[in-house]
Design a protein around this ligand. Sequence first.
Ligand code: NAP
Length: 562
Amino acid sequence: MLKILFIADVIGSPGREALRARLPGLKRGTGAHFTIVNAENSAGGFGVTREAAADLFASGADVLTGGNHLWDRKDSIAYIAEEPRLVRPANLPAGTPGHGTLVFRAADGTSIGVVNLLGRVFMKEADCPFRTADAAVESLRSQGVRVIVVDFHAETTAEKVAMGWHLDGRVSAVIGTHTHVQTADERVLPQGTACVSDAGMTGGFESVIGMDRGAALRRFLTLMPERLTPAEGDLRVNAVLVTVDPSTGRAAAIERIQLPHRSVSAGTVKLLTGDQPALSVRYAARAEVERLIAGGVMPTLALVSVGEDPASQIYLKKKSAACAEAGIAIRRVALAAGADTRAVVERVRALGADPDVHGILVQLPLGPQVNAQAVLESIPPARDVDGFHPENVGRLGLGLPCLMPCTPRGILELLRYHQVPLAGKHAVVLGRSPIVGRPLATLLSLKGLDCTVTIGHSASGPALRALAREADLLIAAIGRPEFVTGDWVKSGATVVDVGIHRVPDPTRRGGSRITGDVEFESVAAVAGALSPVPGGVGPMTVAMVVANTVLAAERQAGGVRV
Ligand code: NAP
């Protein structure tokens, strides 16, 4: 399906700043093939200039649309006449510079007709927008263009809704602009035209429709003319995403987007850092280890791996170092790349039968030649410090004592340490892997933690973002860099970023940086609390390897804890 992103009226340099920062992530997150930006207020709040337009194109706009303010800058008329990626209102007298209807090609190759129209109710004179729309649609259809988007720049809701019905089945979308307040009436009409009365605005929201609120108020109170300037505070991007079948031009869905950029409360997000709670867990484990050693038990963890996967080597090194720091003995079993299921299972069974080994951790992945499930099932459940054995999985589901998987256990400890309330909260867990998402969702829903849990996954589709926005606690464990952006997050929500990725970044020494499944900046602008990457969940996972090994050793030594 074709995804068309429409960015609502960009107001001056604050709006352009928000767009520059947020549009690349928004395009990535939505998978947009084509981006239309309403630019009629993009230069100082009135009109468009060559420089403002260049900024918008550099941010990722494919085409700019206009409105009644497009002509506010007399020095830009020549630019409007010559810019082939700018569509000005079509219902203006013949001879007006520029083009009111143009055809573009989206990233997937689909031809898209873009039409810009002015309303006539409470607006300056213009030709009939309905009849102009008919002519534009007829002309585009005669050129074989099936996907058509109309930016209807109008004052009244009635005129915009009427245009939607007038064009239903003949265009893909009628998107209202001009009033700068996003309306909640988005829908796909029966014949397949997506409509919204107003897409909103991109700019400062501590304002009167994008302009400095002090000056705007004085104008109302005194009726004296006063110059308006674009507002700076609480920058946001408003947009709509339309999903269209490119073979018919019919819209399948329309979604409103509100993406925060610089909030008034930016910088107040609480960081759920993992270093301190991880240290506490390791410190407590060390005291237990000393007690066990004093009782004649040397807690020992066997770390099993196959081959030389570089990421696995890093994780093994971190786990070994943390265990050694706590006084746990390490038995390193490194099998050559290519070792088959039987060879790995035999080694694990031998470790399982060794009375001196208390914990066994098999570092995944093992390679395509190994049946990883068979290997995990060959670990005695009492020594399964990763908590992946079906017996531990089943006990976890029943809320019985067991060895829990390290990452979910670490996340619970992270939330406990930072005093994040859970009972009665709505938790949305993105990801359902047996390592992170599924056990965490199970744990959060158990009696005692008492969250109401929703699980999202790759088949959840576009509805997932709206579900995520309902979360008090949002867990991102999907394995996709910076997938979750600010528009996925309810204001004040707690967000836990489980993902860990190395992504290219030419601005950094070494040409790369570590990031999570969450786009830090935009989410930090809206969330109440957020776990950073690195330094959030990662240290907790490692600490829980230590804690689980101690727990397994205590149980096997007939210790106090069950
Ligand atoms: P995984 O086994 O690849 O599972 C990913 C899950 O995300 C799957 O359930 C998948 O759905 C879902 N998913 C993928 N794309 C999606 C999309 N576009 N929309 C919604 N859901 C989507 O990964 P994992 O082992 O759970 O790990 C997740 C991330 O956490 C990775 O980045 C991993 O490196 C990281 N991790 C970090 C730690 C740590 O200590 N910090 C520990 C473990 C993992 P389907 O089930 O439908 O395929």
